[in-house]
Design a protein around this ligand. Structure first.
Ligand SMILES: NC(=O)c1ccc[n+]([C@@H]2O[C@H](COP(=O)([O-])OP(=O)(O)OC[C@H]3O[C@@H](n4cnc5c(N)ncnc54)[C@H](OP(=O)(O)O)[C@@H]3O)[C@@H](O)[C@H]2O)c1
Length: 269
């Protein structure tokens, strides 16, 4: 990682913030984005205090032009871009039957089109560097989760996009990693959009019993060094992917029953 330049979308919180420290401590220079200037500045100060060279950039991944500006700023500052981590993401929390379809569009715009736009502008430089495109997807990209239909759809879309890109890049020396964390303690459930697009502001799960963002970041750094194709995290996550492939009917019931236990779940019968 020495002297590598890493661009992380959504680096001001959770997994993105942990990735900034993990890749930075390994020797990389870090550019990172987010929509909230104060959070970006705070993380930038902490990275600087840890001796990590960094460039915070206010940008919304869902806006195509912001992604072009971000990549240009990275090249202007560092002269190269080796690794793009498509991490910025949001979730939703509502039954599909109750949700305004605009909520699904908003989730798709950030999680999927954010990945498409950032990759579009970064790819020429990553090709030159024979570097990596990484997508932070989810177990929900392998197994649809009720009450999160738009989130699951956006992660399935990411998985298909990244798999196709990896195959196109097979003889180009570009590494493409689909990283799928399981439940990870972060801010994402607090910023989940409700059925009308309002921010829900609370979590429905016990955040203390989840994998930490730091552990997720460590595992992603190792998978990047090893140029792995896929990283599926947590025992529950690996079991979910495996069982869903072979016993999808049983998994419908298991997933329903598990998520019905969440606080205020609309699945309760
Ligand atoms: N936590 C989990 O359980 C879990 C599990 C599997 C996968 N993931 C994935 O991991 C990724 C990171 O999530 P997290 O859990 O770390 O969530 P988080 O703590 O809420 O962090 C999300 C980050 O993305 C930024 N962001 C959100 N929308 C953005 C936009 N439109 N443009 C630019 N930045 C944006 C946020 O900053 P601003 O809001 O200030 O822009 C923040 O820095 C997501 O893709 C998520 O789907 C999370």
């Amino acid at each position: 990682m020495q002297k590598r330049v890493v661009l992380i979308t959504g680096g001001s919180s959770g997994i993105g913030r942990a990735l900034a420290f993990t890749f930075g401590r390994a020797g990389a220079r870090i550019a990172f984005t987010g929509r909230t200037e104060s959070s970006l500045q705070q993380v930038s100060n902490e990275l600087t205090a840890a001796g990590i060279e960094n460039l915070p950039l206010v940008a919304d991944v869902a806006i195509r032009a912001d992604n072009e500006r971000v990549v240009q700023a990275v090249i202007a500052r560092f002269g190269q871009l080796d690794i793009l981590i498509n991490n910025a993401g949001i979730t939703m929390r509502s039954l599909f039957a109750d949700a305004d379809p605009e909520v699904l569009r908003r989730v798709m715009d950030i999680n999927f089109f954010g990945t498409v736009y950032a990759t579009h502008y970064a790819l020429p430089y990553i090709r030159q560097a024979k570097g990596s495109v990484i997508g932070i997807s989810s177990i929900a990209g392998f197994r649809g989760l009720p009450v999160r239909s738009g989130y699951s759809a956006s992660k399935f879309a990411m998985n298909g996009f990244l798999e196709a890109l990896r195959t196109e890049m097979l003889y180009e020396g570009v590494h493409v990693l689909t990283a799928c964390p399981g439940f990870t303690a972060s801010n994402i459930r607090f910023t989940a959009l409700g059925k009308n697009g309002q921010v829900t502001g609370d979590t429905v799960r016990d955040e203390t019993s989840m994998m930490s963002a730091e552990e997720v970041a460590d595992r992603i750094l190792t998978a990047t060094r090893q140029r792995k194709r896929t990283l599926i995290l947590t025992t529950q996550g690996r079991l979910t992917v495996f069982l869903n492939k072979w016993l999808p009917g049983l998994m419908d019931k298991l997933v329903y029953n598990t998520l019905a236990k969440e606080k205020d779940s609309p699945l309760k019968r």
